[in-house]
Design a protein around this ligand. Structure first.
Ligand SMILES: NC(=O)c1ccc[n+]([C@@H]2O[C@H](COP(=O)([O-])OP(=O)(O)OC[C@H]3O[C@@H](n4cnc5c(N)ncnc54)[C@H](O)[C@@H]3O)[C@@H](O)[C@H]2O)c1
Length: 310
């Protein structure tokens, strides 16, 4: 694995490090927890050490998975195509103040939370400019979604290549979805701000939400193709609703999402159509089969979407 020395060779004189690398699938973390720990925890501390040496700012891609099962304690109600929070305290979604204690329910949740805490600690102990972005579902062009990771992109790829999609549960699971261009704008605003060390929930927020069945309808409209689907059991610990409260980011870095899901998904579909050959080749299929491989522990959480990596 990459060492601190390897990383510092590339970070000399660098002002800002965007730490996006990591093991990204819940399923893979259950299958290989040590590899998940090495990539997400040791990998992050190596990057932090490199940042400390150069006094670089560091922005870290954390995840809403750090709140784990605490989200499932919030009451929800079912509507025709989606679930919604049924508790006035969460009418704007989940804020940064939700507890991260006793909640992870996957090695991925643990390793990302550990890395998230380390980034904050380097901000406090060493005065690093450190931004922790607890991201909800990010989507956009150049995304290689798989069943285990990147559900919006995966649904688009599967629809366009006529692969069979599995819906775990009834498909009314609701997520806030964020177009990648909006995420980059949030990064940029933090970098340009005078803030030192902050944690932000970043997602589409309550105005940019989507359920699985709603995405299927959008894809049918955009592609003219009917997604092929089958249903399977709910995955244990899947969140019926996850919506980020983005008001802290609005207040502190004057940021809010600007891309409506239909517009962002249209961009994603156009890019996927123009690059279909990438999803038919052996390399993509190899990655797909590696991430979807089952193990005795796999059934604890099961294969993914939409909660798998976000
Ligand atoms: N896409 C989302 O919706 C989402 C949501 C929440 C959090 N995140 C986080 O955002 C980051 C980027 O995710 P993504 O969706 O672009 O996934 P991705 O799989 O496209 O990108 C992850 C990258 O990390 C690299 N990587 C893995 N292990 C590494 C190691 N040990 N050393 C160096 N590189 C390594 C992989 O090669 C890959 O290029 C991840 O940290 C992920 O946990 C993503």
């Amino acid at each position: 694995m990459t060492s601190v020395r390897d990383i510092t060779e590339h970070t000399k004189g660098i002002d800002v490090i965007f730490h996006t690398a990591g093991q990204v699938a819940v399923t893979a973390s259950i299958r290989e927890p040590l590899a998940d720990f090495r990539a997400n925890v040791i990998g992050t501390i190596n990057v932090l050490e490199a940042a400390r040496k150069e006094d670089s700012a560091l922005l870290f891609c954390s995840t809403n998975k750090v709140y784990g099962d605490n989200v499932n304690e919030i009451a929800v109600r079912a509507r025709e195509t989606r679930y919604e929070f049924d508790d006035p305290d969460y009418k704007n979604g989940i804020s940064e103040s939700l507890s991260v204690d006793l909640c992870a329910h996957s090695p991925y949740g643990c390793s990302k939370l550990c890395a998230d805490e380390y980034v904050q600690e380097y901000g406090r102990s060493y005065g690093l400019k450190a931004g922790v972005f607890r991201m909800s579902c990010i989507y956009g062009e150049r995304q290689f979604g798989l069943e285990d990771q990147g559900w919006i992109s995966w649904f688009a790829i599967a629809t366009l290549t006529d692969r069979l999609l599995t819906i775990y549960g009834d498909g009314k699971q609701l997520r806030d979805v964020l177009y990648v261009g909006d995420l980059v704008e949030a990064f940029d605003r933090f970098v340009k701000s005078h803030l030192k060390c902050e944690v932000f929930n970043v997602g589409g927020g309550k105005t940019n939400t989507l359920s699985l069945v709603e995405l299927l309808r959008i894809l049918k409209d955009l592609t003219g193709q009917e997604p092929r689907i089958q249903y399977d059991e709910w995955r244990p610990h899947d969140q019926k609703v996850y919506v980020s409260d983005v008001s802290k980011a609005k207040k502190k870095i004057q940021w809010h999402p600007t891309t409506a899901p239909k517009d962002g998904i249209s961009q994603l579909v156009k890019w996927t159509v123009a690059n279909l050959r990438l999803f038919e080749n052996a390399r993509f299929q190899h990655r797909e089969s590696l991430l979807s491989r089952t193990s005795p522990l796999h059934s604890r959480i099961g294969p993914s979407h939409p909660a798998a990596n976000s």
